[in-house]
Design a binder for this molecule. Structure first.
Ligand code: ZN
Length: 325
């Protein structure tokens, strides 16, 4: 967590909202939101305030404005700064994202730098932090010595576009904030409701993007507690099913150029499945696929027979809706 004593208000935009007022802490020259989300430099936030003021105030409309914050082709180019200790925590986190989602990474090198102008550089820093979504050009993920594998997976979640789970609009039905236990001056880390795509599933206590129970505690007593008995929050072991659904929703789970490993259909072809290379699971052809289950299946069969890569589109339930070869 990064903490600063000066609290200011600024505006941020996301995938599904724009110019939402938020409180942030000033840490060095960084505007830090909820402890580990870097919104930009203080100058950038000030410039945004002037823009919003000139435009007549913040928009309250929820508008899909976020295409520019998504990584094209669900591909995140990255660089690991040579001075970062324990680089395996980063490569392990990347391997975890790739094994569990349709999202992919590519190492940015001198040879492909022109192809990937937008990229994440993972650097050594004084905390674990990231920006949210693709910001254009070079952006950073900062890691202190204590930021382990789970923290790195979490920070990459921010870079893909995820906010904190407990900041959802509906969080007050699922967690209780114990304001009296929060360090004085750190309340701003708990008092906002901001998320993208928060209508994509039930509240996810087990999210790797959820705060732990003792975040910003002043007295070793819980600051945030689940309403539901018997659940735990704040795990940093890895992505859970809700996290995976969330990023697949944001990125519409487009598989680009995947090899079709195996195909299967039931006797009359009403139900069909395919297994995609690196897809990590059998995917059912959506019963309501516009081209019809049989036609989609035939495309998958053709891709497999020819050994060709297919461009496969999935819906939010990870069912195949379209195939192009
Ligand atoms: Zn975070």
């Amino acid at each position: 967590m990064l903490v600063g004593d000066e609290i200011r208000t600024g505006y941020v935009s996301g995938l599904t909202f724009q110019n939402k007022p938020v409180q942030y802490a000033v840490v060095g020259n960084r505007a830090v939101f909820e402890g580990d989300i870097v919104l930009g430099t203080v100058e950038e936030l000030d410039a945004r305030i002037e823009q919003v003021s000139a435009a007549g105030g913040p928009s309250r409309a929820v508008v899909v404005v976020g295409e520019q914050f998504r990584w094209p082709n669900a591909l995140m180019p990255y660089v690991i700064n040579a001075n970062l200790p324990d680089q395996a925590r980063v490569t392990n986190a990347i391997a975890h994202w790739e094994a569990n989602t349709n999202l992919t990474f590519v190492q940015r090198t001198a040879a492909n730098a022109a192809q990937y102008p937008n990229f994440v550089e993972v650097i050594a820093s004084d905390g674990c932090w990231s920006q949210v979504g693709m910001r254009s050009g070079r952006q950073e993920i900062g890691l202190a010595a204590g930021c382990g594998f789970g923290a790195v997976v979490h920070e990459f979640g921010h870079a893909w576009g995820l906010w904190h789970e407990q900041s959802r609009e509906d969080r007050d039905s699922f967690v209780t904030i114990n304001w009296a236990n929060i360090e004085p001056g750190r309340e701003h880390n708990f008092n906002q409701h901001i998320s993208d795509g928060d209508d994509i599933g039930p509240y996810n206590y087990g999210s790797i993007m959820h705060y732990g129970r003792f975040a910003f505690s002043r007295n070793n007593l819980p600051t945030i507690e689940p309403v539901q008995a018997g659940v735990t929050i704040g795990q940093r072991d890895g992505l859970n099913a809700g996290d995976i659904d969330a990023v697949h929703f944001i990125y519409r789970t487009w598989h680009y150029n995947r090899t079709v490993d195996q195909v299967y259909a039931s006797h009359h072809g009403q139900n069909a499945w395919a297994h995609l290379a690196n897809g990590n699971a059998w995917r059912k052809v959506a019963p309501n696929a516009a081209d019809g289950v049989t036609n989609v299946f035939l495309m998958l069969v053709a891709a497999k027979a020819k050994g060709k890569q297919a461009y496969v589109v999935l819906n939010s339930a990870s069912q195949i809706t379209e195939v192009y070869i």
